[in-house]
Design a protein around this ligand. Structure first.
Ligand code: ADP
Length: 402
């Protein structure tokens, strides 16, 4: 009987999932990918197989009570029916914040759950949603082991100086430090660097995770030594709807002079800014590309995005003491050739010599042989979670056996 793992990524009204099968000594293999959308208001359930062919679909009406709780019951039942003869061995969760305590994944129990709940104020727009399915399963199906995997964990071993804000010491002691996020994505990239070029795994690499959320990670010998994201997932680069780094004075101005409530200010910085805010049009790069030729606001949003990426790469290069390679990943990094070309053009000072044809073809390596290299490496956060679930569950079994 092959163990089956479900990997969950829960948002406020959505629940994305992947079903993996453990396969001996190799990586767990994904068998299904799916999601619930519109939870709480006429939700929609869709599952596809590994090849992308739809295998299940369901809709619920607006007047049916169908939220996260019902979605999880439906998913557990569906997974058990569709992997008949296999055991649902564990559920893995993407959790945005592990605080200062967790530098790796953790098997959830009551006290872990309580510690994670205490971190909710550090990521108020994500952490509560990430924890909700853990709490529900813990209550309704306590026999299923649950493993929490954190977006902060990969950065926890950064040098102390990279984690510090220049704030009074008592604030640092209270956990007001730079955490960094997108750690599951960076951990995946770190794990595959050697398969692209063994020198990469030993070198100084800047990884640019450019999706709806966006950040940079400076990696030395595969370990994070600096990141553009700080205390919250707002810092650093402009993103789809988040502002990236702004002078904290702007926030005081919003509260004191514009008389916005904390919630209104937070909503603007998280959901009305970034590419959407500057363009006044969309948070989606594909839409902005279509409009940029005739819409100066769309053009400006993209230009600012590229400019900020290039500037922050400079900061990462300084932290690393040089650069051997840059890696582009996530939706924009993997697909938007113009963003990559424009960032590399701005990085000519560092010796990058782009290979325009390779970039247009979305090849893995998109620079010439000389100088630092640029790579496109597709990320896979869910696989990292499945790997962690597999190792935590296997370690638990070994412990029980010994
Ligand atoms: P998330 O952070 O939500 O996982 P993704 O990594 O899927 O986001 O990235 C979403 C972004 O990637 C959007 O801005 C989208 O426009 C962009 N994107 C996806 N495919 C393409 C494409 N073919 N060309 C340009 N941009 C793309």
């Amino acid at each position: 009987m092959k163990p089956v793992y479900v990997v969950l990524n829960a948002g406020s009204s959505s629940l994305k999932f992947q079903v993996f099968e453990a396969s001996g000594r190799e990586d767990p293999r994904v068998v299904y990918r799916g999601l619930f959308e519109g939870l709480g208001s006429a939700p929609h359930f869709l599952v596809k197989d590994r090849a992308g062919a739809p295998v299940a679909e369901a809709h619920w009406g607006i007047d049916e009570r169908f939220g996260h709780e019902e979605a999880l019951s439906h998913l557990v039942k569906w997974t058990r029916e569709h992997r008949a003869g296999h055991a649902l061995a564990a559920v893995g969760h993407r959790v945005v914040h592990g605080g200062t305590a967790y530098a790796g994944p953790v098997l959830v129990n009551e006290s872990v759950l309580q510690r994670l709940e205490k971190l909710e104020p550090l990521a108020p727009l994500h952490q509560p949603h990430n924890l909700e399915p853990i709490r529900i399963l813990h209550r309704r199906a306590p026999e299923i082991p649950q493993v929490a995997c954190f977006d902060t964990a990969f950065h926890r071993n950064q040098p102390e100086i990279a984690q510090l804000f220049a704030l009074p010491r008592e604030m640092t002691r209270k956990g007001v430090v730079r955490y960094g996020f997108h750690g599951l994505s960076y951990e995946y990239i770190s794990s595959v660097l050697a398969s692209y070029d063994p020198k990469l795994a030993e070198g100084r690499v800047v990884v640019a995770h450019l999706g709806n959320g966006a950040s940079l990670c400076a990696m030395s010998r595969g370990a994070s030594i600096a990141s553009t994201m700080g205390f919250s997932a707002l810092d650093g680069l402009p993103m789809g709807t988040r502002c990236g780094a702004v002078d904290p004075g702007v926030v005081f101005y919003m509260l004191r002079d514009m008389k916005l409530s904390t919630e209104e200010a937070e909503r603007i910085l998280y959901t009305k800014s970034g590419l959407l805010g500057v363009s006044g049009l969309s948070n989606d790069m594909r839409t902005l590309r279509q409009h940029a030729p005739h819409d100066p606001d769309a053009r400006r949003a993209i230009d600012l995005f590229v400019y900020r990426i290039a500037r922050e790469v400079g900061s990462m290069v300084s932290a690393l003491g040089g650069i051997d390679a840059i890696v582009f990943t996530a939706g924009i990094g993997e697909n938007d050739r113009q963003t990559r070309a424009d960032v590399l053009a701005r990085l000519a000072w560092a010796g990058f010599e782009p290979d325009a044809a390779a970039n247009d073809r979305n090849d893995a390596r998109i620079t010439q042989e000389r100088g630092p290299a640029a790579w496109i490496i597709p990320t896979n956060e869910e696989l990292v979670i499945a790997r962690h679930v597999h190792s935590v569950v296997s370690a638990g079994k070994r412990q029980l056996a010994s």
